[in-house]
Design a protein around this ligand. Structure first.
Ligand code: PLP
Length: 396
């Protein structure tokens, strides 16, 4: 019998993919230069040269490398070691390679960690706005999500609501900084307040509460803002990382889970991660990418173009009267729907001018639209007259 839950999930398209599909259709109708598609977080910055050249060299020497063979389930030791060395630099102490479980991106990292650490009927807190798939992954692990609303337009967590959710009893909390869809970063001070609340709840309830730090955007930060190494603030933190955005490789599927030694019973937690990876069939991340990683873990993205688009769009849209907070990281701008419109109404009006945005409802907050500015600088510039017409439509 078909599983009803999976059937429903398979039939309900993600809001982001539905708009991206509309964009494909519009491009073939009116030409790609006339569609301002800000719907999907597909990096348009090219893969760094070192990564490209390493892949070419690997392919030229493939016979000697077992390039396309299975690796160990948590990944090849050379690749795990390379990832661990980078994490050690952030941590300020030695993170062993054995703390790293390579995955096919943050999606599988999150699915594995939730299956490993959450039991049927338990609760997982998420901070709105949040990546919509968290709900799918948590529910698949048998958990229910508790949504913590933001305190205001800057999309920082409403701490009283966070405390309340933790007091209700949660097995885990998922954070995402820099954030998709708002670009907001959780400061060290905010993380310390959250840590205090979590530590107190752990003591009171006598059990571990895990912080799951989903960090695919941590290298995409602007100005002098820094992304703290979260396990140094709250030790029971498991990091889910992805190279999708930092190395512009989303289709190649590579990421990892890090269970640092400071996690309580870290060896047991790592064993549960291996078990969940096995149960879900997420073993042996793509082998060619693992070989690349062993040589390229130190490569950082060139974010010049994202920074330029952020300035172009933020300055222009704010100047036109749209309400948005300047993002500190990632490549998203979260724009408030003018004149009390719903997110859906705002996005429909934008569509009339061929501007494709994603309504905020599936991110767990009402009344905003997400604009993914990982597009060419030309697209960002050329979209401005269309935004001006949209502003006029609203009488801004
Ligand atoms: N987490 C967040 C916040 C994301 O924005 C994304 C992708 O856009 C993912 C996880 C999934 O990334 P991956 O491509 O590594 O599966």
């Amino acid at each position: 019998m078909i599983a009803k839950k999976m059937l429903a999930l398979g039939k309900s398209d993600s809001a982001i993919r539905a708009i991206a599909a509309y964009g494909d259709a519009r491009r073939s109708e009116i030409g790609s230069e006339n569609v301002f598609d800000f719907s999907i977080g597909n990096p348009n910055v090219p893969t760094p040269e070192k990564v490209k050249n390493t892949l070419i060299e690997l392919l030229q020497n493939e016979e000697s490398l077992a390039l396309h063979g299975y690796t160990a389930a948590p990944g090849a030791m050379a690749a795990r070691k390379a990832a661990a060395e980078q994490e050690s630099k952030r941590a300020g102490y030695d993170i062993p390679a054995e703390s790293i479980y390579l995955t096919s991106g943050a999606s599988s990292s999150l699915s594995i960690v939730l299956s490993a650490l959450v039991s049927e009927g338990e609760k997982v807190a998420v901070l709105a706005p949040f990546f919509p798939e968290y709900k799918v992954f948590a529910e698949n692990a048998g958990a229910e999500i508790l949504i913590v609303p933001p305190a205001g337009d800057d999309m920082q967590p409403f701490m009283a609501a966070f405390e309340n959710a933790v007091e209700q009893g949660v097995a885990a909390v998922i954070i995402n900084s820099p954030n998709n869809p708002s670009g907001a970063i959780l400061s060290e001070q905010t993380l310390r307040v959250m840590s205090k609340i979590l530590q107190a709840a752990q003591e009171e309830k006598g059990k571990s509460i895990y912080l799951i730090a989903d960090e695919p955007y941590r290298e995409l930060v602007y100005g002098d803002v820094t992304v703290p190494f979260v396990p140094n603030i709250y030790p029971n933190t498991i990091v889910c990382y992805s190279y999708s955005k930092s190395l512009s490789l989303p289709g190649e599927r590579l990421g990892y889970i890090m269970v640092p030694p400071c996690v309580k019973d870290s060896a047991e937690v790592f064993a549960a991660v291996c078990g969940a990876g096995r149960a879900l069939g997420y073993v042996c991340a793509p082998s060619l990418m693992q070989h690349m990683l062993a040589q390229c873990a130190d490569v950082r993205p060139d974010i010049t173009s994202y920074a330029k688009n952020r300035d172009t769009l933020y300055d222009a849209l704010s100047g036109m009267g749209f309400d948005c907070v300047k993002p500190d990281g990632a490549f998203y701008l979260f724009v408030k729907a003018p004149k009390g419109d719903s997110a859906g109404e705002f996005c429909e009006k934008a569509k009339k001018f061929e501007i494709l945005l994603v309504p905020s409802d599936s991110f767990g907050v009402a009344g905003y639209a997400r604009l993914a500015y990982c597009v060419s600088e030309k697209t960002a510039e050329n979209s401005l007259p269309a935004f001006r017409k949209l502003a006029e439509e609203y009488g801004l």
